[in-house]
Design a protein around this ligand. Sequence first.
Ligand SMILES: Cc1cc2nc3c(=O)[nH]c(=O)nc-3n(C[C@H](O)[C@H](O)[C@H](O)COP(=O)(O)OP(=O)(O)OC[C@H]3O[C@@H](n4cnc5c(N)ncnc54)[C@H](O)[C@@H]3O)c2cc1C
Length: 323
Amino acid sequence: MILVYTEQQNGIFKKAAYEAISYAANIAQSTGAQVCAVVLGEASGLETLGNYGAQQVVHVNDARLNKLEAKACAKAICSIANAQQADIIIFSNNNTAKAVAPRVAAQLKAGLVAGAVSLPDLSQGFVVKKSVFSGKAFAFVQIKSAIKVISLTPNAYGVNKTTATATVSNHTIDFASTDFAVKVISENKVQGIVPLGEAELVVSGGRGLKGPENWGILEELAGSIGATLACSRPVADSHWRPHHEHVGQTGGTIRPNLYIAVGISGAIQHLAGVNSSKTIVVINKDAEAPFFKAADYGVLGDAFEIVPKLTAAFKKMKASQQG
Ligand SMILES: Cc1cc2nc3c(=O)[nH]c(=O)nc-3n(C[C@H](O)[C@H](O)[C@H](O)COP(=O)(O)OP(=O)(O)OC[C@H]3O[C@@H](n4cnc5c(N)ncnc54)[C@H](O)[C@@H]3O)c2cc1C
């Protein structure tokens, strides 16, 4: 049995959850296993997870799990893994998985590969490819334990959708009060945009933008193509932009289809978070900026002239597609 932890909030699943199920379904095709999606916390309409390749859904319908507390989530997943005799457990490599997957692996004495970027190679045992050294190299890691845990990099594997549905069953866990040691005092949710970790299109700004008052041109550019905003570390450190937008070695690691970097020099610590992007466009007025070496497309010039022109071109393209 392949278990897939599918994260949701208020019954809404992230795209990364569908990617993880699709990934599991592909492994199942090679091994003849079944795919079981695990859903924690209150949610409904779970049979639709079958659309992505799960034959079964096991639901722990307990409101205390809505806050995704790592210790309790790990206990629930281990309990289901034991009940289902799971030998592979898949997570999407997001913040929740970073807290939960190692606990699950330790409790089940399983080998863990965090940040897988492709399907495991089953011809040589069970070998998983992952990015290492801040995305500069790949490692091929063999998992030899009976139970294997993989957390899949978001946007590294596509979503395969069918019309199949899954059977849903409930699972009850005997939680202790100590399983919920963390008290959430307040939540500050970013609304209305695709979260950075899942965004396919990202527009990112650096110190070349000179100050927070100039972010309007990037917001317009992002708005014209439905992109999510990101920034370099000094921009977040200077409070020009919120910290959740900071990407790089000490910020978020992203893998969008398109990363447009505006006024960012391309320091190695910045590249560490973005150089797995499928297409990188760099706009910089310094021909020697290191980012040009990592770029698929480079535009040499002043961001304040180029960005509005790019936005206008995107808007025109969109209008012609609609008309
Ligand atoms: C341990 C450590 C961890 C770090 N982690 C991170 C991290 O996670 N993420 C991160 O981003 N950085 C990180 N840094 C910082 C990193 O080394 C760089 O200092 C930082 O990325 C530079 O940010 P920047 O490119 O926005 O600014 P700058 O280096 O100042 O570059 C600004 C760029 O804008 C260009 N420019 C200026 N005006 C214009 C204009 N009008 N039009 C077009 N281009 C213009 C300039 O030519 C220049 O290339 C880390 C550093 C350390 C030591």
